[in-house]
Design a protein around this ligand. Sequence first.
Ligand SMILES: [Fe+2]
Ligand SMILES: [Fe+2]
Length: 431
Amino acid sequence: MRMMRHSFDRRSFLQTSLAGVASLSSLHGVAILLGAEGQGVADPVSDEDAPQFRKGDPDTLFLTWLRDPTTTIAAVWVGQEMPDDEVEVRCSVLDGDSWSKVKPIRRPYPAGGLSVYQAEVTGLAPGSQYKLRIGKGKVDHLFQTMPAKATNSFQFVSGGDSGARGGSRGSNVLAAKQDPMFVLMGGDIAYDNGVRTADSLRFLKHYREDLVDSSKRLIPIVPVIGNHEVVRVGDRDTAPFFHALYGGLYAERPYNTLDFGDYLSLVLLDTGHMAPISGEQTSWLDGQLAARRDMPHLIAAQHVPSYPSYRPYDKTGEDSRKHWVPLFEKHNVDLVLEHHDHTFKRTHPLKDGLRDKRGIIYLGDGSWGKLRALKDPEKRPYLAAAASNYHVTLHRLEGGQRFHMALTEAGRVVDICTTQKRPLQAMGKGA
Ligand SMILES: [Fe+2]
Ligand SMILES: [Fe+2]
């Protein structure tokens, strides 16, 4: 097992967005300016919301990945600046007592003079059980690595639009009950809007408390950027909390691909919140998908839907339909997860916007913690199913088969469908 400090790419956009934070961070409880030109002021940290460290058991701790989840894990939390030996992360196989150590990197949290600690462990064995300890604490934080191959079935949960209020905790509990290997949260995560410190911290605390599986393992989160991650001013916004917390995965740009061994790729997109859809991101997407067209499970995730269930079709997702849907089809993407509308929806398999059994299903619509009533579903011929419920989707991957099950807060199944790899020529756009 090898422990590694994740090196930070100083040329990245992340540096740009955090530069203002670093230079203006202040004492606990005092708001700081974010970014350049006064783009937003983070709320102060209240006593009630201040993160607690609790002897190696931070109440904001979460697990995520910066690279291949079969052999790595990253532990991240928010806290006061502390001596190195108080924040050092140790890792051992679950039934062992041989600890490897890693010193976390530290970056500024946008409020209260707090820091985000991120410790990545690499060189782990796939499909194995581990425990982490932080500092001198004796609390074991359990986790497992993803399997080396997709020969055995496994499951994960996806959703979007959580926030730290409303139905979010009910969905948290429902998601954890499924014992997923991870949660893919497709944007509008904490609803911090780049300034709401209380929502940022409460989301983390709820996630830490709720997203624990039946074997007491922490369930990692795979985050995607949405409109409520950004300070909504100007033409190009900043996403200070998102980048402080999840910047490890998005060190280069606000979109990335997470490859799980040789069996699953999650292509995580930015629907125009930090990066425009057209241009550089579209070229990047073309290259990423082309390199993975034979991947057994190739799934794209985006916040704003290409096929909305609530918002007007002609004013929502036009750019992704124009620039990305042709690439999804050309490169044989298996499934697109999309949110933002605060309903549940599943489209028919679609090709070029029309129902086609060889097409792609678009699934989600973001009702982890937010709800809207359906709007004219009968006028949206691309919809196969829709509902106004808080929901999460459970994905079960078994070899080449995928089962997708939408569950409401009460655990009721509202929709189920299956997908499997199409022959490349099925999309009719070349090999
Ligand atoms: Fe939302
Ligand atoms: Fe949204």
